[in-house]
Design a protein around this ligand. Structure first.
Ligand code: CP
Length: 363
């Protein structure tokens, strides 16, 4: 049994294999119509969603399986205080596989630690969204014909945009990838992505607050929404929400074969006048999401997987230092052990196992 919590759980070969299966599904839909007959997918969504939940459900239905679940925490026993661990233990008795979205970082990992059926992280707070990344990679492969030799501009909320974190992590494993990270100062990419992913892997990147400055260099422009739900202060959100609005004028210097992506939902950050531009790929991207999720469900339901997920970490501290991140799952589930792992031996940097926030041992 295997889970998908972080895009790092998949090797590059496994990602490429999923993309191949998704492309085959697009070409030969009828071949897959009964592959999941008799199987059930549970979608446990503690947070709103249109694309992820419905594409997961459409994926399972198109594979011949059935779906059950809830689309808000209000309609589940989370409202009565039930923990994530108890919920997945129970739902594992009703379904063969679970896709879960939760507002707290690390919630999907907690689910995986307790579940007896495969867990798919469908978004954990501002942390990770690996199936969006698989969607993005399939989109890039289909629209650009390659996953290497690309300059990728990522614009908007790079701090709380979980799709951004997973995308950078995944694309950093392909050859000759350069990133242009475009954000206001307050929404810059988190430290752990810069240090542990970009710098550790010698990936070329630059940070700017200008959307236009490097437009002519980009092969892909990945726009993102300012994540209103992650702000503790509404005034900050209002000040930052319209910082970037991509319109036709801003695309004047862009390459003819630029691929414009967005995980959606869009608020204001792409003007609707861009939708008819042949370079706009974001609605196609949402459709690719169903096919890659079909490939993923098939893969995770295969019996051959052995549990190779999150092995015992040799360098860890349990209940010695508490994670103070208010967005971490440990902030609401008091029974969870606080686990810090040594993320960087050389610089003695510890991170929370659930949310990956840096933990100062001196605290
Ligand atoms: N891209 C994405 O995750 O969309 P939803 O929030 O609608 O699922």
């Amino acid at each position: 049994m295997r889970h998908l919590i972080d895009i790092k759980d998949l090797s590059i070969e496994e990602i490429n294999a999923l993309i191949s299966v998704a492309k085959d599904i697009i070409q030969n839909k009828e071949k897959y119509q009964r592959k999941c007959q008799g199987k059930k997918l549970a979608t446990l969504f503690y947070e709103p969603s249109t694309r992820t939940r419905l594409s997961f459900e459409a994926a399972m239905i198109e594979l011949g399986g059935n779906v059950l679940g809830f689309s808000s925490s209000n309609s589940s026993s989370a409202q009565k205080g039930e923990s994530v661990g108890d919920t997945v233990r129970v739902v594992g008795g009703y379904a063969d596989i679970i896709a879960m979205r939760h507002p707290k970082e690390g919630a999907a990992l907690v689910a995986a630690m307790k579940s007896e059926v495969p867990i798919i992280n469908a978004g954990d707070g501002g942390h990770n969204h690996p199936t969006q990344t698989l969607t993005d990679l399939l989109t890039i492969q289909c629209e650009k014909g390659r996953l290497s030799n690309l300059t990728i501009g990522i614009c908007g909320d790079l701090k709380f945009g979980r799709t951004v974190h997973s995308l950078i992590t995944a694309m950093s494993r392909y050859k000759n990838i350069k990133f242009v990270l475009i954000s206001p100062e307050e929404l810059k990419i988190p430290d752990y992505i810069k240090k542990d992913i970009l710098e550790k892997n010698n990936i070329e990147y630059l940070e700017t607050n200008s959307l236009e400055e490097y437009m002519d260099k980009l092969d892909i422009l990945y726009m993102t929404r300012v994540q209103r739900e992650r702000f503790f202060n509404e005034e900050d959100y209002i000040r930052l929400k319209d910082y970037y609005i991509l319109n036709k004028e801003k695309l004047i210097s862009a390459k003819k074969d630029l691929c414009i992506m967005h995980p959606l939902p869009r608020v204001n950050e792409i003007a609707t006048e861009v939708d008819d531009d042949p370079r706009a790929a974001y609605f196609k991207q949402a459709k690719y999401g169903k096919y890659i999720r079909m490939a993923l469900i098939l893969n995770l339901l295969e019996e051959k997987h052995v549990q190779k997920y999150h092995p015992e970490l040799p360098e860890k501290l349990v209940n010695v230092i508490k994670c103070k991140n208010p967005r971490c799952i440990t902030s609401i589930e008091q029974e969870l052990p606080h686990i810090c792992v040594l993320a960087d031996k050389e610089n003695k940097i510890y991170r929370c196992k659930y949310c990956e926030e840096k933990i100062d041992k001196g605290e």
